[in-house]
Design a protein around this ligand. Structure first.
Ligand SMILES: C[S@@+](CC[C@H](N)C(=O)[O-])C[C@H]1O[C@@H](n2cnc3c(N)ncnc32)[C@H](O)[C@@H]1O
Length: 473
């Protein structure tokens, strides 16, 4: 290690920046985050810096560099594109024992600026000691994806409870054990889910417990998206990797299931059309029971839990049992599948509205608002509409939609098994039949479907067209 990593408090302290271009602006932005009192000297400045000066966030002085500008500064940054000026700043700062950074010139620096991952008050600084700043930034982006945004809030609340914890646990070791327990438990999840009042209450309860803290379970109701695991949210992935048990259904793709923590218990609760492996009420009760046993339960659903996902019913039961839970949205099939099929759901020229409809048959019949579905200049997206497809097309035509209206059915969208059949309303059902499309399939009806011809971009690797499947791609 050639440089000592330290964090320097420069709040309201005089910092000098020499240079007025975009590089200087980036350094100024970092100094401002640390609440520095910045004076910037340069014969000219970019609009971004001028705006900061106009807002009174920095002091700008139109001047060429001279040694005396550094008097009293606690830190200096040179960001000019004139080598002689940068050298002069470095020499002058070193002579006055002022820490100096010259952008992209490690030899002229007495300190370098780190790449920063900020979850204030937690700050991670990454340095390559000036040798490979691009690599340092690359490492930074890796860490960014690993650290949930809520870590800063955890540190804030830990800070609030520091004195109380100190008062309760007199030894450093006892405090360490307490905090480690908290950090691995459900309180942290409460904070990250934005339930800070509940987290504070839980910490207070924990501190007032006479006996060892009990381990309470919780439920994560997580949207697993339409199939491509790259479409998971950071939060979904984090919770998938920390659960004790995963309750999942048919729609969750095998690729997404691969990412669930290896040693978590997996419980399949089925759910395909007309054949519910477990009735919904039993799934609701199962989730509550597992959590009350102290487990971290991942309820993993395809798409988004609140869009044709019955997620609302599941959390209602959890509420009744006082089981803590959080809901993590997922990309719903309409969004994911239409994107991967090259069909924008709205378009200035074709559709100003979009309807999400369930085509699930109730008692073998379809009870849909055909008038609303038949309006012009909109896109209709139908979930679970494969079985009733012929009837849907017939009804829309009967309610005034053109038989030539473009339409598509997409099977297993976003996955490497994606198949798309495009047609018109009058021949969609027949073509879908011929192509032997199987659930899960999403139907999109509207002028926007014709855009697929131009906008199709996704080429699933594993797709092989069956011989009678000339219109699917
Ligand atoms: C019970 S609904 C669940 C919807 C889910 N909660 C969502 O937000 O996407 C199941 C229906 O979603 C649609 N679906 C889900 N994933 C799909 C995919 N990858 N490709 C095509 N359709 C999909 C199908 O219409 C399927 O029958």
């Amino acid at each position: 290690m050639q440089a000592l990593p330290i964090f320097m408090n420069i709040t309201h302290r005089p910092c000098v920046v020499i240079g007025g271009g975009e590089v200087a602006a980036r350094k100024v932005a970092t100094l401002l985050k640390a609440n520095a009192a910045i004076t910037l000297y340069s014969p000219e400045i970019c609009t971004q810096l001028q705006a900061l000066a106009d807002d009174g966030k920095i002091t700008y002085i139109n001047a060429e560099f001279s040694e005396n500008l550094l008097t009293g500064a606690c830190l200096v940054i040179a960001a000019t594109d004139i080598e002689a000026v940068n050298v002069a700043v470095s020499v002058a700062a070193k002579a006055q024992n002022i820490p100096v950074n010259v952008v992209d010139s490690p030899a002229l620096c007495t300190f370098t600026m780190a790449s920063i991952v900020e979850r204030s008050p937690i700050v991670i600084a990454i340095s390559s000691e000036g040798t490979a700043p691009v690599l340092a930034r690359y490492i930074r982006t890796k860490i960014e994806t690993m650290l949930p945004a809520g870590y800063g809030r955890i540190a804030g609340i830990a800070g609030e409870f520091r004195e109380k914890v100190k008062a309760k646990f007199t030894t450093v070791q006892a405090r360490r054990i307490f905090w480690e327990g908290v950090l691995q438990g459900p309180i942290v999840e409460r904070i990250m889910a934005g339930q800070e009042a509940a987290a504070r209450q839980a910490l207070d309860n924990l501190l007032s417990e006479k006996s060892a803290p009990q381990h309470h379970g919780e439920v994560y109701l997580v949207g697993g998206g339409p199939g491509d695991p790259d479409l998971l949210t950071f939060r979904a992935l984090r919770l998938m990797q920390q659960c004790d048990v995963c309750v999942y259904d048919k729609l969750v793709s095998p690729e997404v299931m691969e990412l669930v923590r290896r040693d978590a218990e997996l419980i399949f609760v089925g759910k395909s059309r007309d054949q519910h492996t477990l009735p919904q009420e039993e799934i609701n009760a199962l989730l509550a029971r597992l959590a009350l046993e102290g487990k971290r339960v991942l309820r993993l659903k395809g798409g988004d839990p609140f869009i044709f996902g019955r997620g609302g019913e599941e959390i209602e039961t959890l509420m009744q049992h006082n089981v803590p839970f959080q809901v993590v949205p997922g990309i719903t099939a309409a969004n994911g599948v239409s994107s991967y099929a090259g069909i924008p759901l709205t378009h200035r020229d074709y559709a100003q509205a979009c309807l999400f409809i369930t085509g699930h048959l109730k008692d073998g019949t379809l009870d849909l608002d055909w008038v609303a579905m038949s309006r012009p200049r909109q896109t209709v997206v139908i979930y679970m509409g494969l079985v009733g497809l012929a009837e849907i097309c017939r009804q829309l035509i009967a309610h005034g939609v053109s038989p030539d209206m473009p339409a598509a059915v997409i099977q297993q969208g976003t996955t490497q098994r994606q198949r798309v059949v495009t047609a018109t309303l009058k021949d969609l059902a027949e073509k879908v039949d011929l192509a032997e499309m199987k659930p899960p399939c999403l139907t999109i009806i509207g002028e926007v479907v014709q855009l697929r011809e131009k906008l199709n971009w996704f080429e699933p690797a594993n797709y092989r067209a069956p011989h009678n499947d000339s219109n699917s791609s």
